[in-house]
Design a protein around this ligand. Sequence first.
Ligand SMILES: [Zn+2]
Ligand SMILES: [Zn+2]
Ligand SMILES: [Zn+2]
Ligand SMILES: [Zn+2]
Ligand SMILES: [Zn+2]
Length: 958
Amino acid sequence: MPANRAQAVFEPIPPDIDVPALVEATPNFEFVVRINWAAIEEQGLDNFERLVRLHVVIGGKPLVVEGYDAILEKWIFSERWLRDNYATKTENARNLGTKTNLPLTIGHYLSNMQMLTEQWNLSSFADPNRQRIYLKDIDCPPVWYEKLKEIVPPFLSYLNESTYDTREPLDSNPLGFSSTTGPGIARAGDLMSSLPPDMRAENLMCYIGHEGTYTPCHQEMCGTLGHNIMVEASTGGFEHGKRTKPGSAIWFMTETEDRHLVSEYWSSLLGHDIDLEDHFAQIRAWEAAPFKTYVVEQKVGDFILIPPLAPHQVWNRGTRTMKVAWNRTTVDTLEWALNEALPRAKTVCRDEQYKNKAIIYFTLQRYSKLLSAADENRIDGLKIRQLRKDFRKLFNLFTQVLISETFDDKIPQKKAVEYLPFDSNVTCSYCRCNIFNRFLTCPHCVGNFVNGDEDCYDICMECYARGRSCACISNLKWVEQFPWSELTENHERWWSQILAFSNQDKREEKDRRTALEAELRGLGHRTLAAICQSELRRRPWVDITKPQPDPIDDDVENEEDDERTAKRKKIQRMEKLTKDHGRCHICKTLEPNWKLALCGHCGSNYCYGSLFRAFEMMPQSIMETMRWKCPKCNKICSCGACRRKTTTKPYEPKGLLLGHDTRKVADARSVEALVNFSHSNIGWLKKAGDGSDSTRRLQRHQEEAEMAKIRGAMAGEEDDGIEHANYQGLDSQANVYDGIPIDPALDAMAGQALNNVPSDHLPQVGNQPQQLQAENAMPRFFEDASGIRFEIPVDNPLPSNVPPQEGMSGVEAAPGLPLPMNHMNNNASGSGLGSVNNRPPTSGSFQNGQNRLLVRLKVGRDRIGTLFNRNGDTTGAHRPLPVSHGPIIIESDVAFHNHSAPPAWDQQPKTKRRRGDNDRDYRNRKTPKPRTSDRLEKPRRGGRVNYFEETSDLSDNA
Ligand SMILES: [Zn+2]
Ligand SMILES: [Zn+2]
Ligand SMILES: [Zn+2]
Ligand SMILES: [Zn+2]
Ligand SMILES: [Zn+2]
């Protein structure tokens, strides 16, 4: 992240906020659609399932099912019951202010909730020194799970294996199968259930919070569908002799299709990366946003369905709220995961806990059996047709996985591929994604855990293509977890099954290719495995036991040699350099050839860093292209020389990339050899004339979101047709690509179907983007944005010679930000740009003498102390000042109860990531390993999820 970038601060919500009034008064705020649970009973589950699919999954909008409070068993979902059964259970509560864990018993927490709530009032609610303790991500009592399963629609419940309605009477079919409903053959509502129980990721969790606790803005993991029901809350009545405050939760939610716009708004305007999930946005930031925000005040019995990938944040109110939440994986979410969520998660190195590729494979196995059974028993009907449709979508995803893993036989392999039977626990040492089958491991970097387990350095193919690996860089070895023949034979068998149920003609007799071979032939680019194969040959092996030479230096002088020798050496060196090195067309850096992309047309070299930042090209996309054509040849190069050519139209990056220093998160043995992903692309945005004005970027994202919504609506209509009684059968309409029929709905998503849009679809929806930009969104957006408050992050303190009040002129604001900062007195545009903050400041803001809000520094004791005590002391920002400590209200009671604290999340066998935790929590404290000989026959990876301290004989000091 560039130094001195301003970031929007965390601004607490006052306890007296009137949510309905706020929604009424804010043009881009809207209530979420609510339906009553009784209406589902009335209209039938199949109809409700369709509604969820059209509104939440495809439509991407949130939905609330209300009224469950009428049927929740009050005595089980009660504070009293929890206390009676779990009072002494120890959990790690989260202290949101300090971002640390506080081990305590559930009983201790429940007893202190009133006190924790009492501390907040209209004058204290923004005090950063008070505790916000959130009991989040804790295990859900099994009784609660059982009770919820009885009332929640079965297809929505956690880990459900089938979408049939258990409440309907059994069919008389002797085999227990019925044609449409009833127990029997139907797709699963949560595909996590396809994995063997010990491989599943548990995600049913409870959240117990008091006034002022919150979850920062985030997306559900792996593109899954989120479910959250409030099962209990304080009523406002008396408890333990004291009056409580009624509990509820405020949700700020967005639509799936707006996610890129939301993300760009976050980085461009608020200065935060949404993928890091560590910022709870101010209400003003939501008000000023160029997208629609859905607001829910969730009360007991409100069951919220969260659309996949849609960013949202939650704020708890009152003495106590208790929620139960879970996620479901479906065919749609697997598509999101593979194509969007996982690549993003890899960028920031977020754990993939859901094992998406394994879920695809195991579900195909299960569905294949179900479909055979349906066939044998001549069962047909809506549920079977849905199952077939899902089977084929899963098959397409599996094809995608197999293609990426296919080796190029023409590239010779140095070493044999090692076989390690699949146990679902191999994770990439760099990005921590789950690895389904093939990956690379370093034979030189094997360490030991304390318990004697071997700690291998494993890297996924995507990471290796990006230039991520251990410091050895090359000489890694292939490992696979399934025999390749097993995977390809299953693939072929499932393909035959699809051909059979879609009544398609069998392949022509003379065509002996398998479905996978046919796909590969039409692929048109290199597979990911082939990229890794050739990069392994191209990248040099670094012997990490030897000291590394300094980077190349053009002017080597050696005083001891005579002039002639020196000259000769220099020439030799230059010859070697010209052979092994090249200069980047853009940044002119001399780099070894393996770090450069070579244009297949003009022969120019480009470093991958410049290609990534200036043209948003990932190394993988360049490496997979057969004869790569460079930006210069494509006439989009933005370097100084090309810019001067009239024929060139320099490329403008579409979004602001803040940059991530993933080396902090990745295994300590790691390096990034091709691109330093911690650098931002702000320099290129500025060159493109967009650096100080994010409007264009936001507008572009807005237009794209609108187009995506049109496509989504159309896909929904098609889907609607499919699932209706007048089902035509997809098979007759499916486009066949190279022998594999593709669901037309997928085409629509890929943007091709736009050409076939009936024209009457376009006018009303298509005009929206222009209207939004021209009149409403942008000008208002700037006015409102002037109310958002910013801070300079603590790691980038202000220059000490500049007084804080005026120092802001030297500070780089979030780009595009019409900040009330350096343009303060420069309000000439009249468009609201640089306008003075004319809204009444909430308490806790800091203002200078002219009653203008400047920048609020990081909320933290030192910073606040500094500001309060500054009084004309211009260097105060760097002097340690006396700090008034806030009341420490609750402490851990674990020692008192003689319990041991629960293991931190990263030591639990099934890791649960908590939102808002910072990267430091994930860093495993391992030191680089010295080289060991190839003493390993078969590395074991069973203990990979647990990280232990190193044994001393492997540490640096040994
Ligand atoms: Zn990886
Ligand atoms: Zn290594
Ligand atoms: Zn370069
Ligand atoms: Zn070229
Ligand atoms: Zn150029």
